[in-house]
Design a protein around this ligand. Structure first.
Ligand SMILES: Nc1ncnc2c1ncn2[C@@H]1O[C@H](COP(=O)(O)OP(=O)(O)O)[C@@H](O)[C@H]1O
Ligand SMILES: [Mg+2]
Length: 336
């Protein structure tokens, strides 16, 4: 019953729809209908004698399009045809609206994650850049006092932090080329060792101790080493910052049948229920005055989701916090 429309006919119909203000148009005989007076030439060319069109309206009444049916003989719709046309138009409206809403949501999500990502890069680069600045000032100071050993220490610190920046930038570039940056078998013991090393300077400046005792047996996981390192650097940093001075931080790695579990625990201030509920929100920070951006944990969360992992937090005010990260073991997956 429904016949395909041609481009020229769509234009005619759009015009008619505008004239008729979003109502159904039923032209039972094109040859005699005054609505078609200006379009006789086209209708004769296409041999059109009847035309019905149904507006496709959004839930707010916005015109999304039209359904049009053409016939080579004069005729009007019967009751059954009318209700079929109405149903088809309302299904088309639902589908069009849903598609449009999804497009809008996808675009908004893409923009939000781009913004979070950009802010995350700034956050990650900011720490080593701050350390470089401090070390450079320290080196100038030490040099003026002729303390050559201290100058050398400061220069080494600058070098280590510059390397960290380079790695972050490399990671970001690789992130942009996801296909080049595949997950690979990795050792969590090694990743944790590197994270402790990276946070050494931060611990020293807070008078904190970070203790990591690697387990006797290591099992591989699959992941992006750079990203996982970021996860644990952020968690250890938070643990170090859980007390103004002298936090005791322990990092433990254990394995069960399916998962690797990393626990980062501190004896710091802990969190109340409200803080715990919001800690993963981007930009939530109680350390704004100390340079906190509130992005660390949202980055951690994003990376863990990308690795099929999870994170659990146990925290008590004035007692401390224990964060446990679970990542799937690759060898157990192969066994199954
Ligand atoms: N180990 C911890 N002890 C106490 N509070 C914590 C701990 N880890 C995270 N938090 C809370 O979660 C907030 C968000 O952490 P994060 O996303 O890393 O941002 P930032 O460190 O920049 O504040 C912190 O400001 C703090 O309030
Ligand atoms: Mg943090």
């Amino acid at each position: 019953m429904l016949e395909a429309m041609q481009a020229g006919q769509i234009q005619i119909l759009d015009f008619l729809m505008k004239r008729r203000r979003r109502e159904r148009v039923v032209v039972t005989d094109i040859e005699t209908d005054p609505l078609w007076a200006d379009f006789r030439e086209a209708s004769t060319k296409w041999n059109l004698r009847a035309c019905w069109s149904q507006p496709i309206l959004s839930s707010s009444g916005q015109l999304l399009g039209t359904f049009a049916m053409y016939y080579h003989k004069p005729r009007g719709p019967n009751q059954g045809e009318l209700s079929l046309i109405e149903q088809a138009a309302s299904i088309a409206a639902l589908a069009t609206e849903r598609y449009r809403d999804e497009e809008i949501t996808n675009q908004a999500e893409r923009l939000t994650s781009l913004g979070t990502f950009a802010a995350g890069i700034a956050h990650e680069i900011n720490n080593p850049v701050g350390a470089i600045q401090l070390a450079a000032e320290g080196a100038i100071n030490a040099q003026s006092k002729g303390e050559t050993k201290r100058v050398r220490d400061m220069l080494e610190l600058i070098l280590a932090n510059t390397e960290r920046c380079t790695r972050i930038v490399r990671g970001v570039l690789q992130f942009g080329r996801q296909s080049d940056y595949q997950k690979e078998p990795a050792s969590l013991a090694r990743i944790l060792g590197a994270a402790c090393e990276i946070t050494q300077g931060h611990a020293a400046s807070h008078g904190a101790s970070v203790v990591f005792s690697p387990p006797d047996q290591d099992h591989p996981i699959v992941g992006r080493v750079f990203e996982l390192e970021q996860v644990f650097v952020n968690l250890i940093r938070n643990a170090i910052e859980s007390k103004n001075h002298g936090a005791a931080v322990t990092v433990q790695l254990a394995f069960d049948r399916d998962f690797a579990r990393v626990a980062v625990a501190d004896d710091g201030q802990g969190m109340n229920e409200e803080q715990k509920a919001r800690m993963f929100d981007p930009f939530f920070t109680t350390r704004g005055s100390n340079g906190g951006t509130g992005l660390g944990l949202s980055i951690v969360h994003g990376i863990l989701v990308g690795h099929g992992g999870s994170i659990h937090v146990d925290s008590k005010p004035k007692i401390g916090t224990k964060v446990v990260v679970c990542l799937p073991r690759t060898d157990s997956v192969e066994e199954l």
